[in-house]
Design a protein around this ligand. Structure first.
Ligand SMILES: [Zn+2]
Ligand SMILES: [Zn+2]
Length: 286
């Protein structure tokens, strides 16, 4: 499995722009040399629950099949007590994924799997170094008055790329769990738990992205306002993510990817071509 199979064109373009910034390598080096990874490793170990085959195995067991399928090294996997549903990946050499208790409470198992696959997508697509820089700048810098040498344009370029990189990882989640589970997660994170969002009209929600684009393109001032509105956001707007996912699953690239790696049409998990039944959901394959 390669990053190119999932990279969204807007992610690729934003990365090219980001990497053309001459001082970027020195910014990255200074922040990594400071020891943000070691600092986070310590606080993760001290304050979160490290999931394992013997520590909340039901949650932990979501991770290994995703890593095997994407062919990535398994990151540390943490549970954090936070009622806000959230998940994030951090680290370049000590990679770690964290999910919050709020997320676990809100989502079903296949939806959680989609979230973890999205986070593993950041590892597969080699996003984590720059993501770690963005997280360090947004989380640590204000607390400790660090990294004052990073100028606003560099920060804006990093955050812009970071938002676009999310679109590639939505593709990884879609590959692993199918578009339904992936889009359900997005709608829950925008609108609330299953009890509220179960009957949501996803097509209408995706169409909101077209309305958003229309206002964004309606003259220079509206474009400026909308650019300003999204500036500090970590992710693209939900309707845009849903629309981009729905678009991707109609492309020849997506169909080629599906044909290349055998999968169960019911649960989208990996199967072997000789399997008669899906070992994940029991679906009859032949
Ligand atoms: Zn992400
Ligand atoms: Zn299946």
């Amino acid at each position: 499995m390669t990053p190119q199979e999932f990279t969204h064109p807007e992610d690729a373009a934003a990365l090219k722009a980001l990497e053309s910034i001459p001082i970027l390598p020195s910014v990255v080096k200074k922040i990594m040399d400071f020891g943000v990874e070691q600092m986070t490793y310590g606080t993760n170990m001290a304050s979160k629950i490290l999931l394992s085959p013997t520590q909340l195995p039901k949650l932990y067991n979501i991770l290994p099949p995703i890593c095997q399928r994407l062919d990535i090294r398994e990151p540390a996997f943490y549970l954090e007590m936070d009622p806000m549903p959230n998940a994030y990946a951090f680290g370049d050499t000590y990679t770690a994924i964290t999910i919050t208790s709020g997320l676990v409470e809100m989502l079903t198992e296949d939806e959680l799997s989609a979230v973890v696959a999205h986070e593993c997508g950041h590892i597969l697509c080699r996003h984590l170094l720059y993501h770690t820089i963005v997280l360090s700048l947004t989380d640590y810098a204000p607390k400790f008055n660090l990294f004052g040498f990073v100028t606003d344009p560099v920060m804006i370029a990093l955050q812009y790329w970071s938002r676009k990189s999310e679109l590639s990882c939505d593709r990884v989640a879609t590959f692993h769990c199918g578009p339904d589970a992936t889009i359900r997660v997005m709608s829950r994170l925008a609108g609330g738990p299953k009890s509220i969002t179960d009957d949501i009209n996803l097509i209408e929600l995706a169409e909101q992205a077209d309305k958003y684009d229309a206002i964004r393109k309606d003259g220079a001032w509206n474009k400026t306002l909308q650019t300003y509105a999204v500036l500090g956001n970590s992710h693209p707007f939900t309707s845009v993510r849903i629309r981009e996912t729905l678009r991707w699953v109609t492309t020849p690239e997506y169909k080629d990817l599906r044909a290349k790696y055998p999968y169960c049409p019911n649960c989208y998990r990996a199967i072997r071509s000789e399997d008669t039944f899906c070992k994940h959901c029991g679906n009859k394959l032949k």
